[in-house]
Design a protein around this ligand. Structure first.
Ligand code: C5P
Length: 258
């Protein structure tokens, strides 16, 4: 599939068009800091300094270390994706989104399954904020296969459920989504070039899949229309995280050249 939209600055991070493919790739790789404490996060970020610019702070690290863990990251000029996947009544989610936006993060997540009123409240909470973070709706977790999706009462396939949630999100005014590599092409078809599609479940060929079910390689996810790739364990649990990240970045750069 040809992806001319990857050249569209609407979904690529702000950077000059002349940037070489490796630097473009660097702007589109988000490392998931799924570690238990701030010390381990700092160690990883040190090891990835100069290689990676985007870091995702999720539930494990945020629950352990709180908002203070974001300060050194933002202070060093890194972009932070705060992935707390809010899912609650609209009023509560709106307040949480407002609080999170005040922390200086560049992306944050809510669960699309919270419904259109919750998504609208989350969006509304960001209106009036200057240079707000990108609000992303999580469709179906990449760890959920058909059995898991069916177990929570959804009879559709994970991909069809993700598409349904994305359509609903678009109707509620969202443009950013988290989805698996397996439905990113269909989502890109729905959102057009303005969509910001953030894709976890990335595994370089031969890497361990872990608990992820719906995975793809970095190159395949980009070719299918991903704006950003989220990679955790293949980098964070590598013996040499910076080397693992560089290998992924090179694969991404090759895909961006093609
Ligand atoms: O280690 P791994 O590469 O599987 O990490 C993927 C990261 O992306 C985790 O932090 C996980 O919480 C997150 N994520 C996901 N699936 C989603 C949304 C976020 O795996 N749909």
């Amino acid at each position: 599939m040809s992806i001319p939209e990857r050249l569209n600055p609407a979904f690529a991070p702000a950077q000059p068009a002349v940037l070489d493919p490796l630097e473009q790739a660097r702007g589109r790789l988000i490392v998931a800091l799924d570690v238990p404490d701030a010390a381990r996060a700092a160690q990883l970020v040190d090891r990835l300094e100069g290689t990676c610019h985007w870091f995702k702070v999720g539930l494990e690290l945020f629950a352990a270390a709180g908002p203070a863990v974001l300060e050194p990251l933002i202070g060093r000029g890194h972009s932070v994706f705060l992935d707390l996947k809010f899912h609650d009544i609209p009023n509560t989610v709106a307040g949480a989104v407002r609080s999170a936006a005040g922390l200086g993060v560049r992306m944050l997540t809510v669960h699309a399954a919270g419904g259109p009123a919750m998504l609208a409240a989350a969006r509304e909470a960001l209106s009036g904020i200057e240079n707000p973070p990108e609000l992303l709706a999580v469709t179906v977790l990449t760890s959920m296969d058909a059995g898991q999706v069916n177990a929570v009462g959804v009879e559709r396939s994970p991909a069809d459920q993700a598409i349904l949630l994305a359509r609903m999100g678009l109707d509620a005014g969202m443009r950013g989504f988290v989805c698996s590599p397996q439905e990113v092409a269909r989502l890109r078809g729905l959102t057009g070039p303005e969509g910001v599609l953030v894709v976890p479940g990335i595994r370089p060929a031969g890497a361990s899949v872990g608990d992820q079910k719906r995975v793809a390689t970095p190159a395949a996810a980009l070719r299918e229309g991903a704006s950003y790739l989220v990679v955790g364990r293949p980098i964070t649990q590598a013996a040499h995280p910076a080397e693992a990240a560089e290998a992924i970045l090179e694969e991404m750069a090759e895909a961006l050249k093609a």
